[in-house]
Design a protein. Structure first.
Length: 84
């Protein structure tokens, strides 16, 4: 999961720098690259949603594995308690 944090951090850092440069260019020239801004924003939105879905899936798998481990330990403790 460490790579996902680095990926998202780099994407958002890039977005901040990109929009800062666009703002400066807009102040200087009076023109804004609206199509480029829209395209970049859409791409980052898709990446963020994909990262969120991956994170949810991994959390679900981790939860399922931990629950199986707990059930296995409970079964083992119950079988040990049943033995005299």
């Amino acid at each position: 999961m460490r790579w996902m944090k680095k990926l998202l951090l780099s994407i958002y850092l890039y977005m901040g720098i990109f929009f800062g440069i666009c703002l400066i260019l807009w102040i200087v020239t009076g023109e804004e690259p609206s199509a480029l801004i829209m395209g970049i924003s859409a791409a980052v939105g898709v990446e963020s949603v994909a990262a969120g879905v991956i994170r949810i899936y991994e959390n679900k798998e981790t939860y399922k594995h931990e629950k199986e481990m707990q059930n296995g330990k409970q079964d083992q403790l119950e079988s040990e308690a049943d033995q005299p």
